[in-house]
Design a protein around this ligand. Structure first.
Ligand SMILES: [Zn+2]
Length: 271
């Protein structure tokens, strides 16, 4: 099947070339590495032809950002490679490693971002809240999400069941109700995604980036091995596994500003 006019065979050879090229760059970077890894984990939500809201990155700027990463020697690595290092089962990421993630399950990931990610050989993790899938008008369908899940460069993980604001819910509910609510949001999302997509779900993105020690302990108890917040600094070996920082990319992060955004995140991670 063609993706935006590009045959699968041609895309595979392009992906292979880009991965080999990236591996060469990363390999040479590793040889000179002396500092502790600090990996910016980029967070996107929507990609579209027009900037509909502050969470939309226009397709043209998204393409430009991916091009800038490649032409400036950054390697987009799978999130699981960063986590393998954190868990002691893999080597340290190269100094200019970056991770790409998307939250929420917006249909534009399927319609706009997918082909750009594929032709650039970019691995990506999608954090999905299942209540919106095949329900909300802006969201992907289960068929679309299943198609992405079957693509090796896409990983699907959890963003709770219906994207609650845990801070607000803790004020509305009594203690018992709140604890049951938290467990349901964490466990139902994992169970539904695993059942629908037929593969394990072990990672969690906190809705609105909200977390605390109680939530982190409940996420561990629910079977998550790592969770992600929203704080614009690179993730390092010092960050807690249940609150690894991610940086929201905006449509204004273009050209040199995008590169400064990445470099600032790496500098802040090392501070
Ligand atoms: Zn979200």
């Amino acid at each position: 099947m063609a993706v935006n006019g590009i045959s699968r065979a041609r895309m595979s050879s392009m992906q292979l070339f880009l991965r080999c090229f990236c591996a060469l760059l990363c390999g040479s970077a590793i040889a000179g590495a002396a500092t502790e890894p600090a990996v910016p984990i980029l967070l996107y939500h929507r990609v579209g032809p027009v900037r509909a809201d502050s969470m939309t990155v226009t397709t043209v700027h998204f393409k430009q950002q991916l091009d800038l990463l490649r032409t400036n020697g950054f390697c987009v690595i799978p999130l699981e490679r960063f986590l393998a290092w954190r868990l002691g089962s893999g080597p340290a990421p190269a100094p200019k490693s970056v991770v790409v993630t998307f939250d929420d399950g917006h249909a534009s990931v399927y319609h706009e971002a997918r082909s750009l990610l594929a032709v650039n050989g970019i691995p990506v993790t999608l954090f999905i809240y299942p209540s919106c899938i095949s329900h909300a008008s802006y969201a992907m369908t289960w068929d679309q999400l299943s198609e992405l899940a079957a693509t090796p460069s896409f990983k699907i993980e959890s963003h709770t069941f219906w994207h609650p604001n845990f801070k607000q819910e803790s004020k509305k509910l009594d203690r018992d109700q709140y604890e049951a609510f938290v467990d349901n949001q964490l466990r139902k999302s994992k169970a539904v995604l695993e059942e629908k997509l037929g593969r394990p779900v072990t990672l969690l993105a906190w809705p609105f980036g909200i977390y605390d020690t109680y939530l982190m302990s409940r996420a561990s108890a629910a079977g998550y091995t790592a969770a992600f917040s929203i704080e614009c600094r690179a993730a390092t070996g010092a960050d807690p596994m249940m609150a690894l920082p991610r940086c929201i990319v905006s449509d204004e992060d273009v050209g040199p500003r995008f590169l400064r955004f990445i470099e600032n995140a790496m500098a802040l991670g090392r501070n």
